[in-house]
Design a binder for this molecule. Structure first.
Ligand SMILES: *Cc1c(COP(=O)(O)O)cnc(C)c1O
Length: 389
């Protein structure tokens, strides 16, 4: 498929329905801002799971590595192995899902991937692997401090701490946990989880004096130094979208926008007589309205829920989405735009500085995380380099 496409005479950006521009310098700038925020010696890494939140794991991670980032987090072993290939042998790569106990341990070792061990089964399997190979195995140990998602429960952690052999053959680099409500700075869970984690870490250090702590994601870094510990795991903030739940909180913490998404106008039409628009005839265009249909739909990550509240930007105007979003088409009311500003072949901006990932997320009733990770594979992708001449 790729070969046949490269044999076509036209430019890839002319064949694509939308252009996705990813500013690697902005990713690096956001990482530097987070690093400045974190109290030394906190290691500020980068979470690049889910293809760096849809923006391309290899180019994003390579830009951050060149800027001095040395710790990278992914979810799956497959992601970790691909990242090892992209980054070479030096950086620390942590796979947060850990091994499938008794099955995938050799691959972690062969590619020098540090697993996060979250269950007694994973701890035991990593111990067995260490014993069989007669080496001390690096790992993170995850404890649950109130989310009921992943990590040793308080009772399991207690059991492991009382068993002198529980971590035999393991070299835990860090004790890790995850915050449930960091997107809401005033939420009482934040202080409760910090306290719980601090207590667990003190106890853990009784056995592993050099073990570090890792608690904060992007929003956790904002809570302040007591939440930072030693390894911070920011993701979303690197990509220029807010981790915070309310726009008021988000405003207090400016990030550099990373993404621009422009969808190509396929057709422009003037409606002579009031007429319904799109599947289900859910809205009616008024007499004289001007409509533009672009080559992008929900299969490209423009979530169906983004209509009717969503809009794009064209020629400096807000242009509302009209009717239901289709699989690969979306119609906009561009009545406000002049003749010259609205032609087939032009572009409506869906994400940009005047209309951010967070704005689009709000219109779709979701969060920037979902908008970014839903971005489709049919765009032409353009990367602005991290260092510009
Ligand atoms: C995804 C994830 C992160 C990154 O969170 P952001 O909110 O994107 O900064 C950090 N830690 C864990 C365990 C995660 O799953």
């Amino acid at each position: 498929m790729k070969d046949r496409a490269s044999a076509l005479a036209s430019a890839p950006e002319d064949r694509a329905g939308a252009i996705l521009t990813i500013d690697l310098a902005a990713v690096v700038e956001n990482w530097r801002r987070l690093k400045k925020l974190a109290a030394p010696p906190c290691d500020v890494g980068a979470v690049v799971k889910a293809d760096a939140y849809g923006l391309g794991m290899a180019p994003v991670a390579q830009a951050l590595l060149a800027a001095g980032c040395t710790t990278f987090y992914v979810a799956f072993l497959n992601e970790a192995v691909a990242l090892r290939t992209a980054l070479g042998p030096r950086p620390r790569i942590i796979a947060m899902h850990g091994p499938t106990a008794g099955r995938t341990e050799p691959d972690f070792a062969a590619h020098n991937i540090v697993p996060v061990l979250s269950t007694p089964e994973q701890v035991k399997a990593w111990r067995t692997f260490a014993a069989r190979n007669d080496v001390l195995m690096d790992c993170f140990i995850q404890v649950d401090t109130g989310m009921q998602r992943l990590g040793l429960t308080p009772a399991e952690f207690d059991g492991h701490m009382q068993d002198p052999d529980a971590f035999l053959g393991l070299h835990p680099l860090a004790l890790m946990s995850h915050l449930a409500c960091a997107d809401t700075p005033a939420h009482p869970m934040n202080a409760a989880q910090r306290q719980h984690f601090g207590d667990a870490l003190s106890r853990f250090r009784g056995s592993f004096g050099d073990a570090r702590g890792s608690l904060s994601n992007s929003a956790g870094l904002l809570l302040g130094a007591p939440w930072h510990f030693d390894f911070a795991r920011p993701g979303i903030a690197l990509y220029g979208a807010t981790p915070l739940a309310t726009p008021t909180d988000a405003k207090r913490w400016p990030l550099v926008p990373v993404v621009r998404l422009e969808a190509r106008i396929l057709q422009v039409r003037r409606v002579d007589q009031a007429a319904p628009v799109g599947y289900g005839a859910t809205v009616t265009a008024r007499d004289g309205a001007k409509l533009a249909t672009v080559a992008m739909g929900y299969a490209d990550g423009l979530l169906r829920g983004a209509s009717p509240a969503g809009h794009g930007m064209l020629d400096g105007h807000k242009v509302p989405i009209m009717g239901r979003i289709s699989m690969d088409l979306t119609t906009f009311d561009i009545s406000a735009v002049s003749e010259s500003g609205a032609r087939p072949g032009g572009f409506i901006e869906l994400i940009g500085t005047a209309h951010t990932v967070d704005d689009l997320a709000r219109a779709a009733g979701t969060v920037g995380y979902e908008i970014l990770t839903a971005l489709g594979q049919r765009f032409h992708r353009r990367y602005l380099p991290a260092t510009r001449a």
